[in-house]
Design a protein around this ligand. Sequence first.
Ligand code: WTA
Length: 635
Amino acid sequence: MSNYHIKHLEEYYQVYRKSVRNPEAFWEEIAEEHFVWRKRWDTVLSWDFKKPEIKWFEGAKLNITENCLDRHLPTRGEKTAIIFEPNNPEEEALHITYRQLHERVCRMANVLLDHGVKKGDRVCIYLPMIPELSVALLACARIGAIHSVVFAGFSSHALSTRINDSDCKIVLTSDGSFRGNKAIDLKGIVDKALEACPGVANVLVVNRTGSDIHMEPTRDKWLQPLLDEAYADCVAEIMDAEDPLFILYTSGSTGTPKGMVHTTAGYMVYTAYTFKNVFQYTENDVYWCTADIGWITGHSYIVYGPLANGATTLMFEGVPSYPDFGRFWEVVEKHKVNQFYTAPTAIRALAKENLEYVEKYDLSSLKVLGSVGEPINEEAWHWYNNNVGKKNSPIVDTWWQTETGGIMITPIPYVTPTTPTYATLPFIGIQPALMDENAKEVKGNQVEGRLCVKFPWPSIARTIWGNHDRYRDTYFSAYENMYFTGDGALRDAVGYYRITGRVDDVIIVSGHNLGTAPIEDAINEHPAVAESAIVGFPHDVKGNALYGYVILKETGESRDRDNLRKEINQQITEHVGPIAKLDKIQFVNGLPKTRSGKIMRRILRKIASNDTSNLGDTSTLLNPEIVQEIMDNSL
Ligand code: WTA
């Protein structure tokens, strides 16, 4: 029996039991046998959820890029590490071998060093899905710099907030990006963002679209000539196990985005181990995750997890609808993809189109289908299973979070029998708990509650950059000695978990986490707006869409409502990004508030979802009469 690669259900149960009975011994064995270390750890785990403080493999020294690159060179040097499939299908795909990737990473690492980037410095990466993006992450890791990737669909305002929060001195970007038949002016967005970021001294620019852009003298440089001149080898910085590897921002219920900090050794061990098992990756497979590297899914399961296993990982620059709705399946056929990992929103969008788009292509290479980011509804699950998997490829519905670093609850394909809409069983080492309203754990099966985790796993985020108190308050204060996920879940008769959705004010739109606060801030900055509240409501493609309730100032009352709606969405696009645009905007005279002045979003959510049969007790509201008025005019 190999603890590293689980192949049978009995084996899963056996290894699972081992991993929770003696987590230290279990993870020590995995770490020892499957990774390269410069120095062994002194302590496998020390933890205290009260402080909170979690340390894995303390005392160990390593560099994650030696695990993702160098160690593969003797045996896999000529193997393809990354397949790059460009936006335009007419442009040739690239196959980058491990040796070439190693060289590219070293060159970029040297360019960063030449620009004064040192161990512990933060580097902002704002790039489209092109090879330089993966190279940039690894180049930072090579020299011990902390990467902070910002999804290249975020606006200049969102970008500047993130750059300033983590105090980045350097930004890597490109002239533009291709998405379908559009070219987006990324550099223009960066220029605008940097007006608010005086700390940024250097911008290194990849030439992707060849568009005419402004280059700020002394600050901006084209990257390619620097890479061409750089030395092709770079000694890896020796890192401590708990040195930060990256910061990645995620939305919270309130306030600004949270810069989740992931550290080196535990993250590496857990993402590699989950990748191997959740996708049942074997040596010559081609694996494709369609996420953007701007999200955690891309960090863990396009870059680090696959490369640590010496896998071939596909990066796709484009969108599922270009040049037509068959693009995903064309790419699967072209590169003989074996594991395909995507989001329910993409599946729902494609399921609306003609089946011929799927049937045209040979999908027989597929062995495993994955889903992530939001609950997958039954209809989408069956469509995926029948038409993509031909009932032959198990679907792994993987539940996890930016904060968890790796997949937490998931079937193991060919091991765990799947049930539509269920993420099924906890992964090895994960100890979930469901909590009731009285903060007590609900034991047994056929129960529901708030989803927590009782024991640390190696890739849990260690803090929020610059705000450890917020980390404690958000994740460790709701329930004693538990990590609280923000999700609700149920456990069925056989112990399978089904995630029922967020129990806080985070709204998941097309698989993207959106916090209400930055969006409301953006709306409120419109000169005609006095106040606003946004909530989610069910949407058949996006999962949830956004519904905004807006109170106008007296001066705004005379304005044309449709124009205002457009301007409000424009405002959101500029401040947050187009993903946060509202589907519906209702102008109201007031918002339901508690006596302490808190907006009762629960009521607004119900109205937006057309579910007003049971609004609960509204008598305690400061202004109960407003509820009926809002209902009467709802969209
Ligand atoms: C939701 C994405 C149901 C959940 C990896 C979680 C899911 C949030 C699933 C984290 C799933 C993710 N089923 N819900 N399989 N996967 N979620 O940080 O609400 O972008 O808390 O991480 O997405 O989103 P994040």
